[in-house]
Design a protein around this ligand. Sequence first.
Ligand SMILES: [Zn+2]
Ligand SMILES: [Zn+2]
Length: 426
Amino acid sequence: MSAVSFESWGSADTIGPSCQTLRFGDFRVGVDFGAAVKGEQRAPIINGRLDALFVTHGHMDHHGMVPCALREWPNLRVWATFETKRFMAWAWDDQLRICATDGKEPPFTRAEADLALRRTRAMSVGTTIQLAEDLTVTPYYAGHILGAVSLLFCYRGEYIFVTGDIGLLDHWFVPRAQPPTLDRCALLVRESTYAGLRWEQARDEIEDDLVGSILEVLCGGGRVVIPTLAIDRMPNICQILRQSCIGKDWPVWVTGGVEPTNIYARLAPEAAWLGTVNRFRSSWHEREVMWSGKPLVVIASSGMVMPHTPSHRWVTSVIQDLRSAIFMVNYQDPTAPGGLILKSKLGERIELEPGSGRTRQRLCAVRRFDLSTHAKEDEMAELERMLNPDLIAHVHGEGDRIQAFIDAQTSGPQRVRTRVGQEIKL
Ligand SMILES: [Zn+2]
Ligand SMILES: [Zn+2]
């Protein structure tokens, strides 16, 4: 199968903007064209031509630079699921709005974003797309978030499976991944966010723990701030609190992430009620509630407490209050404000706006609840058994963790740690 090769152009051995390519003879396919979640916005740099691009799901680190890809390759054919297209439209719009507010040069123009959306064709799970004479691709449910898919490529009778971000456990609104069962697969490109890590607690136990901890803070007169990713995590936390009935005795507010939550309300099964969550009437109303200091729960985007976001405002408001708590429910980049808070000790001073020189003492409680929808190693082992790969390329994970995991394997398929721009030939 020497005519096939794989390369990673982003997020090879980091959890950063994702971008990979597969070469099938003369035909070259891209999988994802992501943006950095924080810091400098730069499109992935791919050497050579690209014929088709598939977007696996609606997180920015997988699709944030797609408009730039069309600038580079005007004839590029792009595919995404209907749900992913909705998230792309919202996220690009949001990106342009944030750049305008901050007075920064956006990575693409509004016209380029509109063009990229028009040019993105909708793909459906289970429907095979013929890309070239002897090349097809079929999307499979990937779990993770609404509309996320993994991709099964078939070239001259050989299979290649690319996971994208994948989760093999059911969670609210999104059922688990449903990969195919294969006799053999030449290559599995798997995300490795949690390479080598297993679940320490069952998901429902973690949810119970979160609810119990919230009640403890509320009963003590404190406020609970839950910074969340707008896509998927915010609807999930809303649903967990709804089941708990906390809202009957205490106010539960949701701020930020309006459009992603509405996309869930419209498109996810049993999520329609998300269209009626408790939202502030205006920014003045939000400030009024904030300054009242009364016990409440606030579910606020962004997940990493980035400056100028609702979660940043609320975190700033409770961080010096001994009775209050910040509960983290998603991945934290160690250098983002959320990461700084998570690793801080009680009483330590934190720079919530990195580089500003202004610090605040952290006096509230801080805890992390692992409600991730990325597969851990128990789930990945199941996936690998279903696919029977000859070779596994690890991407989208922290390099040292991937290396340690590969080194610990004594049997099973061959595994490689990938590096940006390094070609893996089959
Ligand atoms: Zn993702
Ligand atoms: Zn990702």
